[in-house]
Ligand binder design. Structure first.
Ligand SMILES: Cc1cc2nc3c(=O)[nH]c(=O)nc-3n(C[C@H](O)[C@H](O)[C@H](O)COP(=O)(O)O)c2cc1C
Length: 326
C-alpha cells in the first residue's frame, strides 16, 4: 500500500509517503538559501516521498511566527522558490508548500500588535501578550494575502498549496473554542462559524490557483484539552472542507501541537483520522509517531489514512527510507 500511487485531484503521486512540513531554520531572513534547497533535495533523493510539503511560510511579515521562518510574502521570492521546486522535481517527488499566519503566536519584527480571533493570548507561548480581535474586514484582507501567497507558490512551480490551520496558529485560533470567543459570524460557538475564516480562505485560494491545482488543509482537528475542539468537531469540519473543494486533509493536533499527551504510539492521531475517513471521500493524511515503513504500512492497511507523514525521522536522516524494509 505504501508504494501504491494515489491521485490528489489530478495530481498523481508515486507513493503514499509524505514528508510533512517542518521548519528547518535554514532560511535567511525568510529567504530560500542553498542550504535549504540542498536539505529538501537530499530528502527527495534519499527517501523518495510521494510529496514533500515545504515548511510553513509566512503569507505576510505581520504573521511571521519567528525569525527562522521561511517567507512567501512577496513576489521577489518566487525565483528562489523555483530553484527549490526544480531540485525536488528532478529527484522525482511532488512538492507542496505550507502557507501560514501565526496570529497571536506571531513575533512581528517591528514589535507591533498581535491579532487573533479574540483577545486570548497564545496558549503555547510563555510571553502572554494580549492580541486584538480581527475585524471582519481585516479577515477578508488576510484571505486575499493567502490567495496572493498561493499564486506566488504556483508561479514558483509548487504542485499544490497547503493552508496551515493547526498547532495554535491563526486559523486554528478561530477553529478552537479555547481561543475563539467572538460573537459574530466568525464565532458564536458554532463549528460552522469557527470554520468560516478557513472555508473562506480555501475559496480565495481556490479562485487564485484555479481548478487544476490541489489545495490541502492541515487541520489541527482536536485540542485534547478541556473545553477544546474534539475529534467529532474534526470529522464535521472535514466534511465541510471537502464541500469547500479541499483535495487533501492533512490531520494533526490543535492547541496540543503536533503531539498528543500520553500517546506515544505510531499514528497517535489515528482515532481522529478514522472518524474523518468515515465521512469524507477525499484523501486523508495521518502524521505523528511513525518511525518505520512497517508502521506506516500497518496504519494504511487498517484504513486509518490514505497517506502517512513521517516527520522527525526524515528530519534527522535524509536516507531514512533506504534503511527500511518496505
Ligand atoms: C523541527 C520541527 C518543525 C516543525 N515545523 C512544522 C511546520 O512548519 N508546520 C507544521 O504544520 N508542522 C510542523 N511540525 C510538525 C511535523 O509536521 C509533524 O506533524 C510532527 O513532527 C509529528 O510527526 P512525526 O512524529 O513523524 O515527527 C514540525 C515538527 C518539528 C519536529
Amino acid at each position: 500500500m505504501l508504494n501504491d500511487p494515489i491521485l490528489i485531484r489530478n495530481l498523481q503521486l508515486k507513493n503514499r509517503l509524505v514528508m510533512p512540513p517542518m521548519q528547518s531554520d535554514r532560511s535567511n531572513h525568510g529567504r530560500v538559501t542553498d542550504d535549504l534547497t540542498a536539505y529538501y533535495h537530499a530528502r527527495a533523493i534519499g527517501s523518495e516521498p510521494g510529496i514533500i510539503i515545504v515548511e510553513h511560510c509566512c503569507i505576510s511579515e505581520a504573521g511571521r511566527a519567528d525569525s527562522g521562518q521561511l517567507s512567501i510574502a512577496e513576489d521577489g521570492c518566487i525565483a528562489e522558490h523555483r530553484l527549490l521546486t526544480d531540485v525536488v522535481h528532478e529527484a522525482g517527488s511532488r512538492v507542496f508548500i505550507q502557507l501560514n499566519h501565526a496570529g497571536n503566536a506571531a513575533e512581528p519584527f517591528d514589535d507591533g500588535e498581535l491579532v487573533s480571533a479574540s483577545d486570548v493570548p497564545a496558549l503555547r507561548k510563555t510571553l502572554q501578550k494580549k492580541p486584538r480581535p480581527l475585524t471582519a474586514e481585516e479577515i477578508r484582507g488576510l484571505e486575499v494575502c493567502w490567495a496572493h501567497a498561493a499564486l506566488r507558490a504556483v508561479k514558483a512551480g509548487y504542485d499544490g498549496v497547503e493552508i496551515h490551520s493547526a498547532h495554535g496558529y491563526l486559523l486554528d485560533q478561530f477553529y478552537s473554542p479555547l481561543t475563539n470567543r467572538r460573537e459574530d459570524e466568525y464565532g458564536s460557538g458554532s463549528l460552522t462559524n469557527r470554520l468560516r475564516f478557513l472555508v473562506e480562505t480555501v475559496a480565495a485560494v481556490r479562485e487564485a490557483v484555479g481548478d487544476q491545482v490541489p489545495v490541502a488543509v492541515r487541520l489541527g482537528g482536536a485540542d485534547y484539552l478541556p473545553g477544546g475542539s474534539t475529534e467529532e468537531d474534526a470529522a464535521e469540519a472535514c466534511r465541510l472542507l471537502e464541500q469547500a473543494t479541499v483535495d487533501l486533509l492533512d490531520i494533526s493536533g490543535g492547541m496540543c501541537g503536533f503531539v498528543r499527551q500520553g500517546h506515544p504510539e505510531p499514528g497517535y492521531f489515528g482515532t481522529m483520522t478514522e472518524k474523518i475517513k468515515a465521512v469524507v471521500s477525499i484523501p486523508v493524511m495521518l502524521t505523528g509517531g511513525v518511525t518505520t515503513t512497517d508502521e506506516a504500512e500497518k496504519l494504511l492497511q487498517e484504513g486509518k489514512a490514505d497517506l502517512i507523514g513521517v516527520g522527525r525521522a526524515l528530519f534527522r536522516d535524509p536516507d531514512w527510507r533506504k534503511k527500511q524494509s518496505i
